[in-house]
Ligand binder design. Structure first.
Ligand code: ADP
Ligand code: MG
Length: 227
């Protein structure tokens, strides 16, 4: 299994009396592509942050790629994430004044930079070309590129460390329909080619046909049931 959760509870330390996640049992096999949806505030981003190790479960077992994240320190989880997980955020979180190549190099450096710099640069250039970012854009600050281009750079960045698990939190919400379809096609073919497990959160049910499994958050998380 790529993901296995058992008796997981999560409350934010700022609101210890409000259980945001209560998950008895949930697993995702390797290489499955899962579409998670649910109303705003139901805990989708919290779940993804738990799986990427940005948050730690208040209680319970969180196994990701065979590693118990709940047993790791913050620092160990950061390292695990950098080495194994690609993350695409709704707002991309690119550094606006850096060019595409420097944004992606930075993500590689966070992983401990195991790879030789020139190999990384070759991979970056190949990925940027795959995602139709022409070389004329490679030296510009990303803030000057279009939203669709920034989003494709964000996938490139998520892929640079060859993750086994890719997590995407509403990555298409600022894209127009053409860019959205283009983004989805590229994302899915990349995930398939590299045998990546994919967890994808969106409000947009019209994207669900790209996925092996559709999971309403309410089926995974019983914390919202009484609200
Ligand atoms: P979704 O992604 O489904 O919209 P979230 O996971 O962002 O939902 O939020 C789930 C619940 O946790 C919401 O009630 C939200 O207000 C609360 N929440 C989110 N982030 C924090 C935080 N940093 N501190 C306290 N509560 C939070
Ligand atoms: Mg969210």
């Amino acid at each position: 299994m790529a993901i296995q959760l058992k008796d997981v509870h999560f409350c934010y330390p700022e609101a210890p009396n409000k259980t945001v996640l209560c998950i008895k049992n949930w697993s995702v096999p390797e290489q499955e592509h899962v579409f998670i949806h649910g109303p705003s505030g139901s805990g989708k981003s919290t779940l993804l942050n738990l799986l990427s190790g940005m948050l730690r479960a208040t209680q319970g077992e969180v196994s990701v790629l065979g590693q118990r994240l709940d047993q790791l320190s913050n620092r160990q989880r950061d390292k695990f994430r950098a080495n194994h997980i690609g993350y695409i955020f709704q707002q991309f979180n690119l550094i606006p004044y850096l060019n595409p190549i420097d944004n992606i190099r930075l993500a590689n450096r966070f992983s401990g930079g195991k790879t030789i710099a020139s190999d990384v640069d070759n991979r970056i250039e190949t990925l940027l070309a795959t995602f139709n970012i022409p070389p004329s854009e490679w030296q510009k600050p990303v803030a000057r590129l279009s939203i669709g281009q920034q989003q494709r750079i964000a996938i490139t960045r998520a892929m640079i460390n060859k993750p086994e698990l890719l997590i995407a939190d509403e990555p298409t919400s600022s894209l127009d329909p053409d860019n959205r379809d283009n983004f989805m096609t590229k994302l899915m073919s990349l995930a398939k080619e590299h045998r990546i497990t994919l967890l994808f959160v969106s409000h947009d049910m019209s994207l669900s046909h790209y996925f092996d499994r559709i999971a309403p958050l309410s089926e995974i998380n019983s914390a919202g049931a009484s609200r």
